[in-house]
Write a protein that binds this ligand. Structure first.
Ligand code: BGC
Length: 603
């Protein structure tokens, strides 16, 4: 990569990092706002059409303006990019398209200078088929030490021509690949290897001592560089039943891509928890040696509607936090939303792990699109399956208003809040990317049956200028971005609008929320409770703060038991206007919650 052209980003007046433990005894990650940067699509500093670390470094002011405490970088290790970094070829270096270790060090130093910690994304379940260990395994004989790091097994059938068991891959087809079928391999090699996602992502065997050491070393390597924690990818399938038995039958209507996640021999196994205890031990020992640091790890355990699973992952000797996905997957009705809140709010009392709220990430349709359908949330939006998504138009006006209400509501809750780049701009999913542009392995391995996740990964629009790929690139006529931006993309640019409409309204909301959160929400306790609020409303009390979400499209009055005489409104996701004049007013009746919006009330 060329040398950086971005200006130095360290501000003249650096913001100190929050102390590892605040005056209230709270650890920094317990109520952090974390911004997820999909580096490839964030900002390109060289004009080659691919986002990079220098692009990210040049935009730290933008990230800091959202009140962010930490930045989570999607994997930025060297990788053939068959799953855009979730196929790691070297856990100890930086992907050349994104920069160098020096560029990483500069980013980390400048982020810390902005008061922002850095979380890396680590991928334990599998590596890339280009990883030297996997290449060595292919070149080695069955039964060798090299193969013992992965799941190589003899095939079944007379000549080993059938896979060792019936396990399916999460991205389509069998989870097994026959070694003898690979280009250049010995055609008589009767072994197969396991890849829970794609054949390019061979699964590690974490009972193997080399594998255990590799990850202990990787954690320490990045901690020594100053990293503050890890988002741990795809923890569900990391442990396997040692005998790899056939998966029991699943209900006949189970979608092919969901079969893996029903497999009791590879999903949420006790063997997986052994791995996390070892990792936690590495982290705790590191912290003992570096008492000024408080590194953490957060689990990506896709345990939707399985709160007990989240409890297990957040036991005191495992993860510090696990993502709370139920709210992201919740239909837009009060019963479902309350259900999604109840367990995470109770969890803290039992495990000390505050929730890690998520409304968006790089794997799911963007929220304004999801909530723009009346059915609102459908797990099929993970793969953008055109057959499974409801056949109804997306109303982005409705979706945007609901998204505003939901982020304002969740910002008041105890716990951490993970934001995904572009949600602060109100970006919708790009649903109509041309097939030839799509790169997600889900699209490729299902031969286009599932559109996959490219639509939420389109490079960000920073300006309204199409000549610079909407500011994604540093100069006019850059190489086209790695995924095409639609021609209407500039409407969502950070600097969109002119005159009285200047500025991106979603961005303005996120910035207002940053201020309101630190003023009214984070000073409150980490305990909170759902309140009875009235039809169409969801309300949570946290100390002296009450957040109320109105999911309906009409004014709703709060239950009188929730409103104390002294209560005042301190935040509203929508400007409250006078019915007659349309003017903004700040003295409206606090117990009336405007349509599809959130208000924060304080005693
Ligand atoms: C990541 C995905 C990735 C998969 C395989 C996840 O859950 O978030 O983006 O494709 O793991 O590593």
């Amino acid at each position: 990569m060329n040398d950086p052209i971005a200006p130095p980003a360290t501000p003249d007046d650096p913001t100190p990092l929050r102390p590892t433990v605040g005056e209230n005894g709270r650890r920094w990650w317990q109520d952090a706002v974390v911004y997820q940067a999909y580096v490839r699509s964030f900002r390109d500093s060289t004009g080659n059409g691919i986002g990079d670390l220098e692009g990210l470094r040049s935009s730290l002011d933008h990230i800091a303006s959202l009140g962010v405490d930490a930045l989570w970088l999607n994997p930025c290790y060297p990788s053939p990019q068959r799953d855009h970094g979730y196929d790691v070829a070297d856990y100890f270096d930086i992907e050349p398209d994104y920069g160098t270790l020096d560029a990483f060090d500069r980013l980390l130093a400048d982020a810390h200078g902005h008061g922002i910690r850095i979380l890396m994304d680590i991928v334990p379940n599998h590596c890339s088929s280009d990883h030297p260990w996997f290449r060595a395994a292919l070149a080695a004989a069955p039964g060798s030490d090299e193969r013992a790091r992965f799941w190589f097994r003899d095939g079944r059938g007379v000549d080993g021509s059938e896979p060792p068991n019936n396990w399916m891959s999460g991205f389509g087809g069998s989870a097994w690949t026959r070694v003898g079928d690979l280009p250049g391999a010995d055609p008589d090699d009767v072994q197969w290897y396991l890849g829970t996602f794609t054949p390019h992502q061979p699964d590690f065997d974490h009972t193997n001592a080399d594998v255990q050491q590799l990850f202990a070393d990787a954690l320490e390597f990045w901690f020594d560089r100053g990293v503050d924690g890890f988002r741990v990818d795809a923890v569900s399938p990391v442990g396997k039943h040692p005998d790899l038995p056939d998966q029991p039958p699943v209900p006949p209507d189970t979608h092919e891509l969901d079969i893996t996640w029903e497999n009791p021999y590879t999903v949420f196994r006790p063997e997986g928890h052994d791995v996390w205890r070892r990792w936690r031990d590495v982290i705790d020992r590191y912290t003992e040696r570096h008492p000024d640091r408080d590194p953490m790890m957060v689990a990506e355990a896709y345990a939707v509607r399985q709160p007990d699973v989240i409890r297990e992952f957040t036991r005191p000797d495992e993860f510090h936090q696990a993502f709370t996905f139920d709210l992201m997957m919740s239909p837009w009705d009060t019963g479902s939303i309350e259900w999604a809140l109840r367990e995470p709010l109770e969890l803290f009392a039992d495990t000390g792990a505050p929730p890690a709220w998520v409304l968006n990430n790089h794997d799911i349709q963007r929220i304004v699109t999801r909530l723009g359908r009346s059915s609102a949330a459908d797990p099929a939006s993970w793969t953008n399956n055109p057959q499974r998504l409801p056949d109804e138009p997306v109303d982005l006006v409705v979706g945007t208003r609901r998204a505003r209400a939901l982020v304002a509501f969740v910002s008041a809750l105890p716990g951490s809040l993970y934001l995904y780049q572009g949600e602060e701009l109100g970006l919708p999913e790009v649903l109509d990317l041309p097939d030839e542009a799509r790169q997600d392995p889900i699209f490729l391995s299902t031969h286009g049956q599932q559109l996959g996740r490219d639509g939420c990964r389109v490079p960000l629009p920073w300006t309204t200028d199409p000549a610079t790929s909407f500011g994604f690139s540093p100069r006019p006529d850059p190489t086209a971005p790695w995924l095409p931006q639609p021609d209407w993309w500039g409407r969502y640019a950070a600097d969109a609008g002119t005159g009285a409409d200047a500025g991106n309204p979603m961005l303005a909301l996120y910035r207002r929320l940053a201020v309101a959160r630190s003023e009214h929400a984070t000073p409150q306790p980490l305990e909170a409770e759902l309140l009875p609020a009235g039809d169409g409303l969801v309300a949570v009390r946290r100390g002296s703060l009450v957040a109320v979400l109105n999911v309906t499209d009409r004014d709703v009055r709060l239950d009188s038991s929730t409103v104390r005489a002294s209560i005042r409104r301190v935040f509203a996701s929508e400007t409250i206007t006078d019915d007659v004049t349309g003017d903004a007013i700040d003295h409206a009746d606090v117990s009336t919650i405007p349509p599809c919006s959130t208000v924060w009330l304080r005693d």
